[in-house]
Design a binder for this molecule. Structure first.
Ligand code: 4AD
Ligand code: MG
Length: 439
C-alpha cells in the first residue's frame, strides 16, 4: 500500500512516528510561510502543516487533488485541538508531498457537507457527490441493510438463490416490461423473480430468497420509483395463510431496524436520524383503512387501490393511534392484485395479500399464492391472461406444489424511508429513471 495509516486512524499514540497518508485535499490554507492542508480519506480527516520549504511549490494545489504526504505525527497543543476534527489531538508535519492526481478547477459541483447543488446536478457527478461524508454514510448504511438481509433470511432457513434477469415475459400485471431482442426472439428484463421463486419452492428448496436487480419500465416521475431497483424477495412453502408470510416480513424489518440502530450509530448521527423499532406492526383490513380515511374526508371506492396520498394519511393515523411508523394493510381487492394472489375461500372480491407501509411509503407487497391449477387457470382467465402461453409457469403447479406465499421488498425504498431521505434517488448510487441512463 502507498500509505501506512488512514486519516481517521492517527491518535496521540502515534506521536513522533513517521507516517505516510494518502487522500483528497479537503482544503489548503496558506498563512505566510506556513500552509495548512486538511487531508481527507474514507475514514476521516487529518490536519497537516507543510514545512515552510514546501509552501511555495504547493500553495496553488487545487481542492480535491489526490496526494500522498509523508512526515511526522505531532501532538497538538491542548488549546489548538479542534474537536470537530476526528484526529483533533494530533497533526502531521509534512516534509514530502507527492501529487498523485491533480483536480481540475473549478469543480463541477460543490463538495461541502451542506450544499445547495440540485440533486440532478449532483447525480451527474455522483462520484464527486459521494466524497461528502453525509452521502458516504447513506451508502454505508445501505450496505449494512443488504448484509443484514442476507443474514436474516439465511438464519431463518431460506436458501439464497439467483434467478435469470433475461426472461420471456413477466407475470407482474401492471408493471411494464423492458422489451429486448434475444437472438430474434422477443424477451424482456425481469420485472420480478416471482415465477422463479415460486418454482424453487415447488423444486423442494421450500424456502428461498433473492436480492437482485428488478427492471420496470415505469413512466412515472415520482420520488419513489426507479426503472432499475434492488428487490429483496422471498418465498416459502407450507404456509397456513398470508399471516405466516407477514410474520416473516415483520420479523425481517424489525431485525433490520434493530441492527441499524445498534450498529450504525455514527452514520445515523451524521444523518440526524432517530430510529424507532415497533413492538408489533398493526395489521389493518383494507376496508377498515378506507373507513379511517373516509373519516378524514378521503373517499376511496371499495375496489380501488390506495393512492400515495392515502398511504401517507393512513400512516399518520396509525402512528397516532398505535404509535407505529409501520403498518400492514391486508386483504386488498382482487381488482388491483395480480392473478396469482390467492382469494379467501368463497370471497371473489378479496385477496390473501398485504402491503407493508413505512412512514407513508409502500415497502413491500406479498400474498399467499394460488397453488391449485384449476383456480389459477380461472383467475388468469378473469384477468385476461392466457396461461397456456406461459407453459413453464403453469407446469410449476402440475407435479406437486405446496401451498406457499412470499413477498417482495425494495432495498432502495427501505434505505430511503429508514434514513428519512426525500427522494429514492438519494438511496441508490446511480439511479435509473425515465430521464436518466447516465452516468
Ligand atoms: O409491489 P411489487 O410490484 O410486488 C412484486 O414485485 C411482487 N412480485 C411481490 C410479491 O412477492 N408478491 O414490488 C415489490 C416492492 C415494492 O413494495 C417496492 O418496495 C419495490 O418492490 N418497488 C420499487 N422500488 C423502486 N422503484 C420501483 N419502480 C419499484 N416498484 C416496486
Ligand atoms: Mg406493490
Amino acid at each position: 500500500m502507498l500509505k501506512t495509516h488512514s486519516c481517521g486512524e492517527l491518535t496521540a499514540e502515534e506521536a513522533d512516528k513517521d507516517v505516510v497518508l494518502t487522500g483528497w485535499v479537503d482544503s489548503l490554507r496558506v498563512q505566510g510561510k506556513i500552509a495548512f492542508l486538511i487531508l481527507r480519506d474514507r475514514e476521516g480527516i487529518t490536519q497537516c502543516f507543510l514545512n515552510p520549504n514546501l509552501t511555495n511549490e504547493f500553495k496553488d494545489l487545487s481542492k480535491e487533488s489526490v496526494v500522498l504526504v509523508a512526515g511526522k505525527v505531532k501532538n497538538r497543543p491542548e488549546n489548538q485541538i479542534r474537536r470537530e476534527l476526528t484526529t483533533g489531538e494530533i497533526e502531521l508535519g509534512v516534509d514530502k508531498i507527492e501529487i498523485l492526481s491533480r483536480a481540475e478547477t473549478p469543480l463541477p459541483i460543490e463538495i461541502e457537507e451542506e450544499t445547495t447543488t440540485h440533486l440532478d446536478k449532483r447525480l451527474d457527478f455522483r462520484f464527486l457527490d459521494v466524497r461528502r461524508n453525509r452521502i458516504k454514510s447513506i451508502f454505508k448504511v445501505r450496505a449494512k441493510i443488504y448484509q443484514y438481509s442476507v443474514e436474516f433470511f439465511t438464519q431463518e432457513g431460506f436458501i439464497n438463490i439467483q434467478t435469470p434477469k433475461l426472461t420471456q415475459s413477466g407475470v407482474e400485471s401492471g408493471a411494464e416490461e423492458f422489451k429486448l431482442d434475444y437472438f430474434g426472439k422477443p424477451a424482456s428484463l425481469s420485472q420480478s423473480p416471482q415465477v422463479y421463486k415460486q418454482m424453487m419452492v415447488a423444486s423442494g428448496l421450500e424456502k428461498v430468497f433473492e436480492i437482485g436487480p428488478v427492471f420496470r419500465a415505469e413512466k412515472s416521475h415520482t420520488t419513489r420509483h426507479l426503472t432499475e431497483f434492488t428487490g429483496v424477495d422471498f418465498e416459502m412453502g407450507f404456509v397456513k395463510d398470508e399471516h405466516d408470510v407477514m410474520d416473516v416480513v415483520e420479523k425481517y424489518i424489525k431485525f433490520v431496524l434493530e441492527k441499524v440502530k445498534r450498529e450504525c450509530k455514527e452514520e445515523l448521527k451524521m444523518l440526524d436520524i432517530k430510529l424507532k423499532v415497533p413492538k408489533e406492526i398493526p395489521r389493518l383490513e383494507m376496508s377498515e383503512v378506507k373507513k379511517l380515511l373516509a373519516e378524514k374526508g378521503k373517499e376511496i371506492p371499495a375496489d380501488d387501490d390506495l393512492d400515495p396520498e392515502g398511504e401517507k394519511m393512513i400512516s399518520k393515523i396509525v402512528e397516532e393511534k398505535y404509535g407505529s411508523e409501520l403498518l400492514f394493510v391486508i386483504n386488498f381487492p382482487w381488482s388491483v392484485r395480480p392473478f396469482y394472489h390467492m382469494r379467501p375461500k368463497g370471497i371473489v372480491t378479496g385477496t390473501k395479500s398485504f402491503d407493508l407501509i413505512y412512514r407513508g411509503v409502500e415497502l413491500s407487497t406479498g400474498a399467499q399464492r394460488e397453488h391449485r391449477l384449476e383456480m389459477l387457470d380461472k383467475q388468469a382467465k378473469e384477468k385476461g391472461i392466457n396461461l397456456k402461453e406461459m407453459t413453464f409457469y403453469r407446469d410449476i403447479f402440475r407435479f406437486g406444489c405446496p401451498p406457499h406465499g412470499g413477498a417482495g421488498l425494495g432495498l432502495d425504498r427501505i434505505t430511503e424511508q429508514l434514513l428519512g431521505l426525500k427522494n429514492i434517488r438519494e438511496a441508490i448510487l446511480l439511479p435509473r429513471d425515465v430521464e436518466r441512463l447516465t452516468p
